[in-house]
Ligand binder design. Structure first.
Ligand SMILES: [Zn+2]
Length: 164
């Protein structure tokens, strides 16, 4: 039963967490990491968040876990495009809003959120991210992290979805 559940979670993550660049024309030949500051997806992140993800990435690598960044900063125009694409994918505005924020509300647009990738990276970050200040925010997005832990490394309660 546990194995079946895990497989379901992984399959969901693979379907719902596409690699998203700040500039869709950019298609580097390797995944971005938090150290790729020349890319606007990383370079335009809030510096405190970027440093936290860099530190977590280094700690994860020491344990054999590769943490990549599927999506960091996004322009408002690109966020709008993602929402329009999600409406097509999920069939309605309400369904799309379970996964994609309005440009005015997205933490990606203001550079204070990252979507991480890499095998086992989300599980590692959920377990270890809080000591770097990094928290999962939405129950249905295991890959989306923000700098939200308190001084004791405690994260706020999960919100059900991005729709709030
Ligand atoms: Zn996100």
């Amino acid at each position: 039963m546990r194995a079946v559940l895990m497989t379901g979670v992984l399959a969901t993550a693979l379907v719902l967490a596409p690699v998203v660049r700040a500039d869709p024309a950019e298609q580097p030949d390797r995944p971005l990491t938090a150290f790729d500051t020349a890319d606007p997806a990383i370079g335009n992140l809030d510096p405190a968040l970027r440093t936290a993800v860099q530190n977590a990435t280094t700690a994860a690598a020491a344990q054999g876990i590769s943490v990549t960044v599927n999506s960091g900063w996004r322009s408002p125009q690109f966020q709008r495009q993602l929402l329009e694409d999600a409406i097509v994918t999920y069939g309605s505005f309400a369904a799309a809003r379970q996964y994609v924020q309005l440009p005015e509300q997205s933490r990606h647009v203001v550079g204070t959120a990252v979507d991480i990738g890499g095998p086992d990276a989300a599980q590692w970050m959920i377990a270890n991210g809080p000591r770097f200040g990094l928290c999962q925010i939405y129950a249905n997005e295991t890959w989306h992290f923000e700098l939200a832990a308190d001084a004791n490394g405690i994260c706020p309660p999960l919100l059900p979805t991005a729709a709030g």
